[in-house]
Design a protein around this ligand. Structure first.
Ligand SMILES: Cc1cc2nc3c(=O)[nH]c(=O)nc-3n(C[C@H](O)[C@H](O)[C@H](O)COP(=O)(O)O)c2cc1C
Length: 274
């Protein structure tokens, strides 16, 4: 049996990486994490299991960690993780390692891939230029060639560019408080007057938070957002915005949007159904 790769992707970067790795490792099965979130127990049946996901606020996205808690990894002999990110340090692998330890397992290898940012709320945010995108793609392809060999040979490889191995003092101290700080992260979304009521935001919403009501999207208060930014980035009118609040001035009304050119909104939506 080939490897199983469980993935989560808001705007396609992580899906692209998962698919590219699937091309390199025969019989790899891609399994969307979102399609399994309502199950109480998920049994993995392969001896090689991988996770591919984006970094959110220097951590793995909450649904990925939630999923990991419920995953039975008894048959897994080799476990690896790939985080896609816009370039900052993170503690995703520490958290995963801690959770896996409780199951008597660990991460045999982990890798971080730098990719374009899908977070246009910041003042200086710009989508990457064509030239930058080409360079990112070629770096990702080269790194995936290395990852392919490591995974196929079931080698241990714990990358040196995370604070896990080479501590950056300021980040390491801050990183201790991240799980606590992230609980207070609560940005809100709305659709401005450009909204034509097409329902794309509801379609791509991975958490089920966006619902069309009387032809306009509503972000339901009782459903926890995954902050995947699919609604924001796939809206064809750029009508979905992040609200500014006391702590954050949002620039989504001025900025462009980003989604991975190799993933359609249909690919993102399909994660809900497996
Ligand atoms: C809410 C949010 C928070 C993010 N936080 C970080 C971060 O802390 N560090 C980082 O390098 N990238 C961060 N990013 C950028 C994404 O990790 C990056 O663009 C990723 O490749 C997106 O993958 P996806 O298209 O599969 O969702 C963040 C993105 C979002 C939406």
């Amino acid at each position: 049996m080939g490897p199983e790769i469980y993935y989560f992707s808001g705007t396609g970067n992580s899906l692209y990486v998962a698919k590219e790795l699937q091309k390199r490792i025969r019989e790899t099965k891609l399994i969307p994490i979102v399609s399994l979130l309502n199950k109480n127990l998920i049994e993995s049946s392969s001896d090689t299991v991988g996770f591919v996901f984006p970094i959110h606020l220097a951590m793995a996205p909450a649904p990925v960690l939630e999923f990991l808690k419920k995953l039975d990894l008894k048959s897994a002999e080799y476990i690896f993780a790939i985080a896609t990110r816009a370039g900052s340090q993170h503690r995703a692998f520490i958290d995963m390692e801690n959770m896996l330890k409780k199951k008597g397992k660990g991460l045999n290898s982990f890798f971080s891939l730098n990719m374009p940012s899908n977070d246009p709320k910041f003042k200086d945010w710009k989508p990457s230029t064509e030239e930058e995108t080409r360079k990112i793609e070629s770096d990702v392809q080269n790194k995936l060639d290395k990852i392919q060999k490591i995974v196929l040979n079931k080698e241990k490889s714990r990358e040196k560019d995370t604070e896990f191995i080479t501590p950056m003092p300021a980040f390491s101290i801050l990183s201790i408080f991240l799980p606590f700080l992230n609980r207070f992260y609560n940005v809100e979304f709305y659709a401005d007057s450009k909204c034509k009521g097409c329902g794309t935001c509801e379609n791509v919403c991975l958490s089920g938070k966006v619902k069309m009501v009387n032809g306009k999207p509503v972000w339901k208060k009782d459903i926890q957002c995954f902050y995947c930014h699919a609604c924001l980035n796939y809206c064809p009118e750029h009508a979905v915005q992040i609200k500014s609040n006391r702590l954050l001035k949002s620039y989504t009304d001025k900025n462009e949007r980003y989604s991975c050119p190799y993933a359609t909104l249909h690919d993102i939506k399909r994660q809900k159904y497996g």
